[in-house]
Design a protein around this ligand. Structure first.
Ligand SMILES: Nc1ncnc2c1ncn2[C@@H]1O[C@H](COP(=O)(O)OP(=O)(O)OP(=O)(O)O)[C@@H](O)[C@H]1O
Ligand SMILES: [Mg+2]
Length: 499
């Protein structure tokens, strides 16, 4: 093995009493893809951020090319050739894609020349990587998947020797994730080093040279990727083996529709969408990112009202103009982007879970705060939120734990229809299984569940019925044993269309 490029010794990092990392020793060889895996909250992002100069460690040393370094900022780390694609998207919404990619890079020329020069650099970057996003578009108008691509392009444009990629594929469709993996391969071919954080263990094992497993802030296992299987990685991550990723599918008692959507359209988003969700049924809408799936959910929930068509909910017409009406009628939505839509990041966990439900805990004008608090903490425990206390700020939780907070919130109410957009994105395998159990349990209690998911395994593992969308239209519906990967992919990519 060549001398390590990065050598970490005895690194420790705490956040107000939480030991995010302790005693971490790690060597990363140059020109390799080195994966970091572990449950939500294991410390992967913290380690990546320390390597990229976002945080300073409380203890320990980092050597780069055998010289000790101590980065004062991400810019300082970049000057040493290290950059990061963070787990959270941090783009400037009011600026164009090109501006975001080159913001802060040193391109010193006159304003006019600069624009032309950046355009040329951008075109070269797109041609080189095959990652295509409209350069002049405002970032705020892009889908989450496209914003993720901008983040990746931004890091690649930095031309760093070491790139920390913290869950870069969590927001991408399958074929986009595969394309990114071949970019990883090419970068490695050019001698670049990639530190790759991902919950997609198959992806990790297929592309990485080396794997390091973290648990509770410590390194518990690691070695050559070829020495691991997804099962052995999971066992190392959670300290026990996981029998199966999905709970058994419950049979559904025939035909009480909770939701019936007929010929629903929203100009520019989707057209002529019809689908039913029965009580106890789990229906998954899948298809490529951008096929209109999220927009359908948002229309049902009153966020983006449809322009034509009909929604029938619990036997009554339901054309909501505001989510408040949907919530009052017993719907819940877990949105796609938890940072911008779902979570009050500056509020405590317990507030995040209980705030929307406080009217239920009010008697004669007084909120029964203690009852609300108790109920919220019970729900958090039920969904397996890991946090030091119920009063920490939600924004400080790891990604997966943030997602569980949204589940705890929607399960506080008595719901008849649960809508969830990519509900397990960024969630670790063990927590995923918990969330799947919760979804199946909700359905078993008679709730209709309508999900949007891009993860093939999840679609197949959960759905009683799959609705495939392409370019704003429903191109097929599959049930029972017809739910197969090949059938779904053919519909999603447009090789076939169901009559
Ligand atoms: N800025 C912060 N302030 C307080 N606590 C933090 C902060 N950042 C991380 N933590 C805590 O440190 C621990 C490790 O978090 P980290 O984000 O590194 O986990 P992770 O392995 O990346 O998890 P995930 O898979 O959910 O992204 C968690 O307990 C988390 O709540
Ligand atoms: Mg993380």
């Amino acid at each position: 093995m060549p001398a390590p490029l990065i050598s970490v010794r005895d690194i420790g990092k705490s956040f107000e009493g939480t030991h995010a990392l302790s005693g971490v020793d790690l060597d990363i060889a140059p020109g390799t893809i080195h994966a970091l895996v572990g449950e939500n909250g294991a410390g992967k992002s913290t380690l990546g951020k320390i390597l990229a100069g976002v945080y300073g460690p409380d203890a320990g040393t980092i050597r780069l090319d055998s010289r000790e370094v101590s980065f004062q900022s991400p810019r300082d780390a970049l000057a040493h050739g290290i950059t990061i694609v963070a787990q959270e998207i941090a783009l400037v919404g009011t600026r164009s894609v090109i501006e975001n990619i080159y913001l802060g890079s040193e391109v010193h020329t006159g304003p006019f020349v600069r624009t032309k020069r950046l355009r040329r650099l951008f075109d070269e970057l797109v041609a080189d990587t095959g990652i295509d996003v409209p350069g002049d578009a405002l970032v705020s108008g892009l889908s989450i998947a496209d914003q993720q691509k901008v983040e990746i392009l931004r890091a690649l444009a930095r031309n760093a020797d070491v790139i920390v990629m913290d869950e870069p594929t969590a927001r991408l469709a399958t074929h986009e994730a595969e394309a990114l993996m071949s970019i990883f391969d090419r970068l490695r071919g050019r001698g670049k080093t990639i530190i790759f954080v991902s919950h997609f263990l198959e992806e990790v094992l297929s592309v990485s040279d080396t794997v390091t497993v973290l648990r509770d802030g410590k390194i518990v296992d690691g070695g050559k990727a070829t020495e691991f299987t997804p099962g052995s990685l999971i066992a190392a991550m959670i300290g026990r083996s996981l029998e199966s990723a999905f709970p058994p599918k419950a049979a559904i008692s025939q035909g009480q529709p909770v939701l019936s959507v007929a010929a629903l359209s929203r100009a520019g988003a989707f057209e002529n969408v019809s689908l039913d969700v029965d009580a106890g049924e789990i229906v998954v809408i899948t298809g490529l990112v951008g096929s209109g799936r999220s927009e359908v959910l948002r229309s049902i929930y009153g966020l983006e009202p449809p322009t034509s068509g009909a929604i029938t909910y619990k036997g009554e017409p339901a054309q909501y103009r505001h989510p408040r009406q949907a919530i009052a009628a017993g719907m819940a939505l877990i949105p796609e982007s938890r940072k911008t839509e779902g979570l009050f990041v500056g509020f405590s966990l317990v507030s995040n879970v209980s705030l929307p439900h406080l009217p239920r805990f009010s008697r004669a004008g007084f909120v029964r705060a203690r009852a609300a608090h108790r109920s919220a903490t019970e729900q958090m425990a039920a969904v397996g939120v890991k946090a030091r206390s119920a009063t920490v700020e939600a924004g400080l939780l790891s990604g997966g734990n943030q997602q569980k907070i949204l589940f705890a919130r929607s399960f506080m109410a008595d719901i008849a229809l649960l809508l969830a957009d990519e509900p397990t994105r960024g969630v670790d395998v063990a927590a995923k299984r918990q969330i799947y159990d919760l979804l199946v349990q909700q359905a078993a209690n008679g709730t209709g569940v309508l999900l949007v998911s891009s993860e093939m395994e999840e679609v197949i593992g959960l759905a009683h019925k799959v609705v495939v969308m392409r370019q704003g239209r429903v191109v097929g519906q599959l049930r029972g044993s017809d739910i197969r990967e090949s059938a779904i992919a053919e519909l999603a990519f447009g090789q076939t269309t169901q009559a």
